[in-house]
Design a protein around this ligand. Structure first.
Ligand code: GDP
Length: 440
């Protein structure tokens, strides 16, 4: 996610490395690069200009703090500006009413149907709601079927009216049905077109007028950059939507849409889609996104996802072990098994500070942990509990037993030691980013 932008920003900050203080000249040089990075990321020209001007003003207005290096100060200022640019704070959807009506709009292929399913899943599993999905795309029979399949997968009812070509009627009937069934959120998926056209806008405006939704979400493919921003503007002019959903962020290396959309349409980004699976949806947090863009990872989201999966009792036990530095291969193995349940590996890994760039070109597959698991399975219980005893001949045996090589076993042992060190520092309350930076 946003790897290209992260890399270029990092390079621009390097210009300040070794500089004793912020000056007009070194700020100008750095910001020229920052601006170029933003333009390459497909950020709107005007936004890039205003952004760098704001950063410049802040940077030059800073008192000279001897404790903070210019490079660090610049990263902090850019971080804060990025956060502001993306809306500052996260904004929730309005689901107070019973039933709450949510209308989903966007172009065909933007990910509307997928998002409708993901949202229903999120509201059901994390917010204790009883959602209903409504198939309002009357032109694509496949869309109705797609929604039915998703609904079945996540255990949410789907309202359809086979053969009907009247989305307004479908929406009204669906709401009536939802009330009867005791569903408290109604998510209406609508028809999209390949490009903005009058008929589509009229149709969705008619649905809006008929059902008076509590929340209109505009879904857009983040990989389309400035086009996404322009489409958002057209939809907003007609629909006055409440929030934006950026999909396919997992494939977006540039980030232009995420950075520009908020200031162009003045509506918050509320969710981001990070994969095709039903759990690949995150609530959007501007500050965490800024962390990720600046290669600081997103430990908060990582921890949150972990919390959803992890057993609190297990977590407490693990914490004790970490503090006592007793983390062993049994824990390592059970962590791997937990992580596998948490979603796309690449996505997870990129949330770890400093990892985004390192894994940019790597392919991750679901079997990525297979080798590691095989090695751990080939260890004796003693070895797992007490890795220090794994000497040369044991390494040889483990490699043979797991069908790997001694190098792979050595690498895992080294990784394990590194993890232990990081965990120990984190357990002692040290800053994880700094701990990792120190290890590089
Ligand atoms: P719609 O025409 O707007 O309803 O779009 P769909 O929901 O059918 O999505 C179009 C394609 O994008 C499908 O193949 C989805 O699996 C895919 N898709 C949707 N959201 C995401 C996402 O966040 N990440 C990725 N990688 N693919 C997505």
């Amino acid at each position: 996610m946003f790897e290209n932008l992260s890399e270029k920003l990092e390079r621009s900050f390097k210009l300040l490395k070794g500089q004793g203080k912020i000056t007009e000249i070194n700020v100008a040089e750095t910001l020229k690069e920052v601006r170029r990075a933003l333009l390459d990321a497909d950020v709107n020209f005007k936004i890039a200009k205003t952004f760098t001007e704001a950063v410049k003003e802040k940077a030059l207005g800073q008192d000279v703090l001897t404790a903070v290096k210019p490079q660090q100060m610049m990263v902090k200022i850019v971080h804060d500006e990025l956060t502001d640019l993306m809306g500052g704070v996260s904004t929730d959807i309005n689901i107070k009413a019973n039933p709450s009506i949510i209308l989903i709009a966007g172009l065909q292929g933007s990910g509307k149907t997928t998002f409708s399913g993901k949202l229903a899943n999120l509201l059901k599993t994390k917010r204790g709601k009883k959602p209903m999905l409504v198939a309002g795309d009357v032109y694509r029979p496949a869309a109705i079927n797609q929604l039915q399949v998703l609904g079945e997968q996540i255990g949410v009812p789907v309202f359809t009216q086979e053969g009907s070509k009247n989305p307004v009627q479908i929406a009204k009937d669906a709401i009536r049905d939802a009330k009867q069934k005791g569903c408290d959120v109604v998510i209406i998926d609508t028809a999209g077109r390949l490009a903005v056209d009058e008929e589509m806008m009229n149709e969705i405006s008619a649905v809006k007028k008929a059902v008076d939704p509590h929340e209109i979400l505009f879904v857009v493919d983040s990989m389309t950059g400035q086009d996404a921003v322009n489409t958002a503007k057209e939809f907003n002019d007609r629909l006055d939507f409440d929030g934006v959903v950026l999909t396919k962020l997992d494939g977006d290396t540039r980030g232009g849409a995420a950075l520009s959309i908020r200031s162009v349409v003045n509506k918050p980004i509320k969710f981001v889609g990070t994969g095709e699976k039903m759990d690949a949806l995150d609530v959007f947090h501007p500050s965490r996104m800024a962390d990720r863009i600046l290669g600081m990872g997103d430990i908060v989201s990582l921890v949150e996802r972990a919390q959803e999966q992890f057993d609190a009792e297990e977590a407490r036990k693990l914490q004790k072990k970490l503090q006592k530095n007793q983390f062993d291969f049994n824990d390592f193995l059970s962590q791997i098994q937990q992580i596998k349940k948490m979603g796309s590996l690449k996505d997870l890994a990129s949330m770890i500070p400093g990892m985004g760039k390192a894994i940019k070109d790597m392919d991750f597959d679901d079997d990525a942990f297979k080798g590691i698991e095989a090695i751990i399975f080939s260890m004796t219980p003693d070895e797992r509990a007490n890795p220090a005893i794994i000497n040369g001949s044991r390494r040889k045996r483990i490699a043979a037993g797991s069908g790997t090589s001694i190098q792979e076993v050595n690498r895992l042992l080294k990784q394990f030691e590194d993890t232990r060190k990081i965990m120990k520092m984190a357990g002692q309350g040290k800053n994880l980013t700094r701990a990792l930076a120190g290890m590089q």
